[in-house]
Design a protein around this ligand. Structure first.
Ligand code: JFZ
Length: 573
């Protein structure tokens, strides 16, 4: 009881708002995911059947329909005598990872911590008798690393009322609400109460209804208001109810998003340990993925899958050590940076205050780094690792040319700093006409302003939402070489409450108006004709979309606007 009071007091001392709550996450960028449980004991094989390489070994119980009785019997044998929380946290720290997320309970229903809700846990069910989640939380606090837990709050192949096990249990007889009340919420309460302040709870396979989701959000906010909640707390097909969006596993958006996001990625092809999957990513792939994710405004949650005895597979340690060596020298170009809307044939960029970090993956043969799309003058440039050695900078025709230093190249990513004058200003992305002379104005090419935001959801992938008033807008820049009349079509999803709301689409000097038609409860996208736009002469045009008046709620989930010259074959949906 004392611990509960202490935790509540500690967690509630400073209750932050949503923006403050996520600041550490937006700064820290890079975390360690740990998938570890009885499936690690099976290591990708059950009775001679193997999980294919590249498939998820932690799903072995479901893949081979292993009866609960047999899986439970196997789980008794988990005894990770080599588990060393201090070593794991030290590896995370050496790699440059700032938060650790461990599977407290995965889909197999087994708790990797001391749970009073169910004795199907590592302390009561095995000879190990220790609580690895507690040991890890302690070592994280000592090392100054945020401790976080993964909890599969819907999927549970052990509990008769949990989601997912239809080989032992009759799905028509399941009482899911009973599962939530008997196990899922009580275990989450244990994790929020007994392990100190949590950085975040990483839910998985979101709840079916917004009401169920809201109950989990409320539980976290009540017990630990400063604890972040990932996007998978809720149903992927519905609005974000966590603090940030999750990409699909190993997912990567084409361009920057306006909503903060995180992508979970494996180091080989599986989250849980498989003795057959030796397809390890190289340090270079990991470093460049980290840079690309951060340059697009996201976090990288990179996974390790410890073996049953608690050790981390040596190949994954080797990769992380090399990533850490790069991070120790170049971390300033990652931590606390913001997304940068420019990308280049030679690499990507991140930005912090007035410093552009140019990540050179493939240096140009002539040794000249050309930075196109930057409006700011570059005051000075130098290699991050050699700041005293200034590089020659020339600017002409909208392109800034920086002479790369002859030596000091990093084979994975050489970071060049360009100090700019003023706040970053970049040339807009210019859409040119396709082979059919049409234009598809999609989310990634848009420049948003006001509350309008480029978002991701598993159901519809990418769209622009948060249209609530005329100042919430999206603008595309078009280079039209073909004057003439263009049909204008718009593709969006709109919920019933948006029906009838008016919006404006300006195509150059022309203004088209539309009234929202509802398309269904969530992301059911449809295409609507909006009329014709006449382009008198070739040139650069702006297309801008915004609500006609303040609606107070989101107008639509806009996927694209299509312009098609009248008289040529129509672009297919
Ligand atoms: C889930 C789990 O099923 C998996 O075992 C692992 O824990 C992973 C991190 O999360 O797998 C998913 C969940 C969501 C998507 C893909 C795999 N998704 O959004 O595409």
């Amino acid at each position: 009881m004392i611990r509960l009071i202490v935790t509540l007091v500690a967690a509630c001392l400073v209750v932050e708002g949503a923006e403050e709550r996520i600041q550490w996450f937006r700064h820290d960028k890079f975390g360690m995911f740990i998938h570890w449980g009885p499936y690690s004991l099976l290591a990708g094989e059950w009775q001679g059947q193997r999980v294919p390489v590249g498939s998820e070994a932690e799903w072995i119980m479901q893949r081979f329909n292993i009866p609960v009785k047999q899986y439970r019997e196997m789980a008794h044998g988990l005894d990770p005598e080599k588990f060393n929380a201090q070593e794991i946290v030290a590896l995370a720290k050496r790699t440059g990872m700032k938060y650790v997320v461990i599977t407290a309970k995965h889909h197999d229903g087994f708790a990797m911590y001391r749970s009073k809700v169910s004795n199907y846990n590592i302390v009561d069910w095995t000879a190990f008798k220790r609580d690895p989640v507690e040991e890890l939380s302690r070592e994280c606090r000592k090392a100054g690393i945020r401790f976080c837990v993964y909890y599969s709050h819907r999927e549970d192949w052990d509990h008769p009322d949990g989601y997912g096990n239809n080989w032992d249990y009759d799905r028509t007889r399941k009482n899911f609400e009973r599962y939530l009340e008997e196990k899922s919420k009580p275990q989450l309460r244990e994790l929020l109460t007994n392990y100190g302040p949590l950085g975040l709870v990483w839910f998985d396979r979101g709840m079916d209804t917004p009401q169920q989701t809201a109950e989990f959000v409320k539980l976290v906010r009540t017990l630990q208001p400063n604890c972040l909640i990932n996007g998978r707390v809720g149903n992927y097909a519905q609005d974000l109810m966590g603090d940030y969006q999750n990409m699909n596993d190993n997912g990567m958006p084409a361009g920057g998003l306006d909503e903060y996001w995180e992508t979970p990625q494996t180091l080989n092809g599986t989250w849980g340990y498989s003795r057959f999957d030796q397809q390890w990513k190289t340090p270079g792939v990991v470093i460049r993925r980290l840079v690309e994710i951060v340059s697009k405004g996201g976090n990288y949650l990179l996974n390790i899958g410890p073996m049953a005895d608690g050790t981390i597979p040596a190949p994954s340690v080797a990769v992380l050590e090399q990533v850490g060596a790069w991070m120790r020298k170049n971390g300033d170009s990652i931590y606390g940076t913001s997304a940068c809307p420019m990308e280049f044939p030679w690499g990507r960029c991140t930005i912090k205050d007035n410093r552009l970090f140019l990540h050179v993956f493939s240096p140009p043969a002539d040794g000249i780094l050309r930075v196109s799309g930057l409006r700011n003058p570059v005051r000075t440039a130098y290699a991050l690792l050699e700041p005293s050695r200034k590089l020659a900078v020339r600017g002409s025709g909208g392109v800034t040319a920086i002479s790369l230093p002859p030596g000091g190249r990093d084979e994975n990513d050489t970071v060049i700093v360009a100090e700019i004058a003023g706040k970053l200003e970049t040339e807009p992305f210019v859409l040119t006409q396709g082979s059919d002379l049409g234009f598809e104005l999609d989310t990634m090419a848009a420049a948003t302003s006001g509350k309008a935001a480029k978002r991701f959801n598993r159901e519809g992938k990418f769209h622009i939402a948060r249209w609530t008033a005329p100042e919430d807008s999206a603008t595309w820049t078009l280079l039209i070489s073909q004057a003439g009349t263009y049909s204008v079509r718009i593709r969006y999803a709109a919920r019933p409450e948006s029906a009838g709301a008016r919006y404006v689409l300006n195509v150059g000097p022309q203004s088209l108006e539309g009234a929202v038609e509802q398309t269904g409860p969530w992301y059911q996208y449809r295409t609507f004709d909006l009329g014709m736009a006449k382009i008198e002469k070739a040139g650069r045009y702006l297309v801008t979309m915004h609500p006609a008046e303040s609606a107070g709620h989101n107008l639509m989930y806009l996927q694209s606007v299509v312009l098609q010259p009248v008289g040529v074959p129509q672009m297919i949906d």
